[in-house]
Every structure is written in structure tokens, then in C-alpha cells.
Design a protein around this ligand. Structure first.
Ligand code: GLN
Length: 318
């Protein structure tokens, strides 16, 4: 077993959960105001799911509450682009350095490419690379099927009101896409409006801690789903995803996160943080109120305490 005394491990996780819940009230932090549907969610929700590489699972609190995935789709669509085109072609269109600026900043690297696939411009680029010549409904189906496979055949949802809300508040995403078109960095034949539409749909996919943690464990497991034993992504794709989650996954807190927490992770403005722990499995935390950078306040605190309790920081064993 990946974690021999799983029950004892879960007890400790529960203690951390309770300690974070009482130390940080739901009034600390704000839900994302720029997408109206996100600002309305219950600020008190707090869920955690764990999935180990051999499929041991643990759910706590609001682990089955649905929420929209937002930026946590970015590593997954980057993975799909890599599976289809390989590293070289994908990285002709998107860089792999941290940006040092906010996720929606109108900023490109020296080659006029998005800084990395973990921020908006880079994720719009990933969208442009997925089944580019197919009609949008086929591309969306393809993505939804892949997500289902990553999470051991559990279906994912779609939140139409978030999608509509996303679409009418998307000025900065339109700016990024037009800037990239002006720079001529999209793949040939990219249909800009359709690509943006695909990106908004990606952000509006509904997940919960439970299925997110299974998908994350698949990535931590080199692409083999712990529940079905099927190879969904190749291991090189997973290595690339994990590398960029390590360096760029937590917005402009990524350096601090790697220093303090030291495991690959990605956060989204709905208040989710998922992490992959190579050799162990994955943890997903959902608690909507965000700090100024856009990371879940309770989520960050949970991971700080978790890493202290279990020495899972990448460099704990040196
Ligand atoms: N839908 C959001 C946007 O495009 C996603 C950003 C995020 O989660 N950081 O602005």
C-alpha cells in the first residue's frame, strides 16, 4: 500500500482540517468578484479529497460539492495539447517560464508567446491546439471524455450560468487572444472566437474535490488511473505537467509555494487547489474565499500544515 496505515493518516488530515476551519473563518478572503456567478457561492464550503497512487481514497467536509474548475483545467488542457502534438510543437506556441505577473495580465514573453500554459494566455493557446480542425462540439466532447477517463470513469459537469457569466466579463481574455493573433503566434487556421469560447467552456466545467483528486492522482501516477489501471496520458506528458505546476501553478505565489510547500499544485479562482505528490497521490482542497493573489485562504493554510505534518515537501528528505 502507498500509505500503510491509511486510517491513522486520515485521522491526522481530519485534525488539520478542523484546525484550519477554526483558525480561519469564512469571512477571511473574498470570492472572485469579476465573475458574478462565482461571487455568489457559499463562503463556508470546505472540502478535501485524497486519492493515493493505489486508489485509497478519503473525503472530508464538502468533498462532493460541485464547483467550477476554473484555472485548474489549465494543466489538463496543456496535457491534451502535449498528447496531440508533443513537447516541441506545443512549446513553439507557449513558453515555460513563470510570468511573475497576474494570471490575466496583458503580458507576453520576449518571443511574443504566452509565458506558460498555467496562466490565461497560455491556456487559451492550449485550447487552440486541441483538435484544431474539428468542430467545437467535437472538441468539447473529446475533452469531457478525457476528463472522465482521468477520473476513473466518473462524468464531469458543465455550469452554463458560469459559462455565460464568464463570457460577458471576458474583456481581458479577448485582449490576450487578439494580442496573440496580432503577434501571429496561434497555430494556422485558429478560429479566434471559437478558441475563446472553448476556453470559457473549459473554465465552466464542473468538478468536485472527489473527482479532481482522482484525475490528479492519475497525473501523479505517470498517467495511469489508480482506479481503472488504464494509461490515459503518457508519462512524459505527466512529467511536463508536473514541472510547470511546480514552477507556475499558484499564480504569482508560485515561488513562495515551491519554497514553503514544495509539491506541484494548481489553483483556480473558484477556490480550489489541487496538488500531485509524486510517489504518494493527490490532494484537492476547496474553500471559496480567496486571498489577494487569487488563492484559497483556507487551502493555503491547509497545505502549510499538511506539509509540516507529513514531510512531503520535495526536499524534505535531503
Ligand atoms: N475563468 C477565469 C479567467 O479566465 C480563470 C482564471 C483563474 O481561475 N485564475 O479569468
Amino acid at each position: 500500500l502507498t500509505i500503510p496505515d491509511f486510517q491513522n493518516f486520515c485521522e491526522k488530515v481530519k485534525e488539520i482540517y478542523e484546525s484550519v476551519k477554526s483558525a480561519i473563518s469564512e469571512s477571511e478572503g473574498e470570492t472572485a468578484a469579476y465573475i458574478p456567478q462565482l461571487s455568489k457561492v457559499n463562503k463556508d464550503l470546505f472540502g478535501i479529497s485524497i486519492c493515493t497512487l493505489d486508489g485509497q481514497r478519503f473525503d472530508l467536509g464538502d468533498a462532493h460539492e460541485n464547483f467550477c474548475i476554473q484555472s485548474c483545467i489549465k494543466p489538463l488542457i496543456y496535457g491534451l495539447a502535449l498528447e496531440e502534438h508533443g513537447e516541441e510543437i506545443v512549446h513553439n506556441h507557449v513558453g515555460r517560464e513563470p510570468s511573475g505577473v497576474a494570471f490575466n495580465s496583458l503580458s507576453m514573453n520576449k518571443k511574443n508567446l504566452p509565458h506558460n500554459p498555467m496562466i490565461n494566455a497560455g491556456a487559451i493557446m492550449s485550447c487552440s491546439l486541441i483538435k484544431n480542425s474539428d468542430p467545437l462540439h467535437e472538441r468539447f466532447d473529446y475533452l469531457m471524455n478525457k476528463l472522465k477517463e482521468l477520473s476513473g470513469n466518473i462524468s464531469w459537469g458543465f455550469n452554463n450560468s458560469v459559462y455565460l457569466s464568464e463570457k460577458i466579463t471576458a474583456d481581458s481574455n479577448f485582449c490576450l487572444a487578439y494580442l496573440m493573433r496580432k503577434n501571429q503566434v496561434f497555430p494556422k487556421n485558429t478560429r479566434l472566437e471559437e478558441t475563446l469560447d472553448f476556453y470559457f467552456q473549459c473554465c465552466s466545467i464542473e468538478t468536485n474535490c472527489n473527482k479532481q483528486s482522482i484525475a490528479a492522482a492519475t497525473i501523479a501516477n505517470g498517467g495511469v488511473c489508480p482506479l481503472t489501471g488504464r494509461q490515459i496520458f503518457n508519462s512524459l506528458t505527466c512529467r511536463s505537467i508536473l514541472s510547470l505546476m511546480s514552477s507556475c501553478g499558484m499564480y504569482d505565489y508560485s515561488g513562495e509555494w515551491t519554497f514553503k510547500i514544495g509539491i506541484p499544485a494548481k489553483s483556480g479562482v473558484s477556490g480550489v487547489i489541487f496538488s500531485c505528490i509524486p510517489g504518494l497521490g493527490s490532494i484537492t482542497v476547496y474553500a471559496p474565499p480567496l486571498d489577494e493573489i487569487g488563492n484559497s485562504v483556507r487551502g493555503i493554510e491547509f497545505f502549510k500544515q499538511f506539509v509540516n505534518a507529513f514531510t512531503v515537501h520535495n526536499f524534505d528528505n535531503v
